[in-house]
Design a protein around this ligand. Structure first.
Ligand SMILES: NC(=O)c1ccc[n+]([C@@H]2O[C@H](COP(=O)([O-])OP(=O)(O)OC[C@H]3O[C@@H](n4cnc5c(N)ncnc54)[C@H](O)[C@@H]3O)[C@@H](O)[C@H]2O)c1
Length: 309
């Protein structure tokens, strides 16, 4: 199959690209390398993947790239992913996550691309889970608490609009908190990447508030298998890709300390405003309709992540 992966030089995208190549697909990566890295594509480029370096906000180059690749499936992962940056500059976030997505949909329509898989968010689209029946199903109301969550919801709505207007077949995977090899441990990355980086460099983890905030951590290999299953299915609309399991920050710290056999004493800092206190998402639809389930337990995933550093 011919595939195009936007954001393919990033953490999740490059893991997906490797899996597509391993099953014999032809792959074109579209990425502006803003947070993605050429390093992530080292083996993929050697195995025949093509990289087109462009910004998805630039409509014409994007249309040319999609037309030239003539993909059977587009995986749309390119995005502004930093929640705090989205709060500081909502219009910038929207320009990529909404404007860029609209550009991609137009390019896909013109090139008559039959199937789109969109990387949406399960962690930021539903809003606060505390006080609700967890894990949350796709039928739960969405109520994002950040411009990032809002722009992802807008992306989902554009996909469903294109389905109504033009019959473009698409599925929106609402990913939990993804972790694993190639996640950037610097800057505003996921907490597991940051903690693993600190563990390797002998640092101490900072825990904001009481450390009892929960998330639904999902290993990147499981996210990739969900993306492959979704691409090959007829399933439409939102699908949660998570474990349904709540894990708090203190549990992460002790799991990492246990795995490494070294002291990993947290430093406590004041709580961060605007953070969701509890969230976990129900993967029942993915199980029933994609025959997908998460296969990597947290301890195993943490071990694989640490080993990759
Ligand atoms: N990591 C998570 O926990 C998580 C959770 C839910 C959803 N997602 C979604 O999954 C996707 C991939 O996230 P990731 O964690 O791999 O992040 P990442 O930053 O590693 O990947 C994003 C990629 O998009 C590229 N990109 C950014 N802006 C671009 C633009 N304007 N034009 C072209 N390319 C651009 C970056 O260079 C990067 O390679 C994103 O859509 C993100 O919103 C991630």
């Amino acid at each position: 199959m011919r595939c195009l992966v936007t954001g393919g030089a990033g953490f999740i995208g490059s893991n997906l690209v490797d899996a597509l190549l391993a099953r014999g697909d032809g792959v074109t990566v579209v990425d502006d390398l803003s947070t993605g890295r050429l390093d992530n594509l080292g083996s993929a480029l050697a195995a025949g993947a093509e990289l087109v370096e462009l910004d998805i906000r630039d409509r014409e180059p994007l249309e040319r790239a999609v037309a030239a690749a003539a993909p059977e499936t587009i995986f749309h992962l390119a995005a502004q992913i930093d929640v705090r940056r989205s709060v500081a500059d909502p219009a910038f976030d929207a320009s990529i996550n909404v404007g860029g997505t609209a550009n991609l949909l137009e390019a896909a329509r013109r090139a008559e691309v039959p199937r789109l898989v969109f990387a949406s968010t399960g962690g930021a689209i539903y809003g606060e889970g505390d006080g609700r029946q967890l894990p949350l199903a796709e039928t739960e109301p969405v109520a994002p608490l950040s411009p990032y969550g809002q722009s992802k919801q807008a992306g989902e709505l554009y996909l469903s609009l294109y389905e109504r207007l033009y019959g473009t077949s698409s599925v929106c995977l609402r990913l939990g908190n993804v972790y694993g090899p190639r996640q950037d441990p610097l800057g505003e990355a996921g907490v597991i990447a940051i903690f693993c980086g600190l563990l390797r460099s002998g640092g101490r983890p900072t825990v904001y508030g009481d450390g009892l905030q929960t998330r639904d951590y999902i290993y990147v290999g499981d996210v990739v298998s969900a993306m492959l299953a979704a691409a090959g299915s007829e399933v439409r609309g939102p699908v949660n890709v998570g474990t349904g399991v709540e894990t708090d920050v203190l549990a992460l710290v002790s799991a990492l300390a246990e795995l490494s056999g070294s002291a990993f004493e947290p430093r406590f800092a004041p709580p961060r405003t605007g953070e969701v206190q509890r969230i976990t998402i129900d993967p029942a639809r993915a199980r029933a309709e994609l025959d997908w389930r998460p296969e990597t337990a947290l301890a195993e995933g943490l071990e694989l992540t640490l080993a990759s550093l």
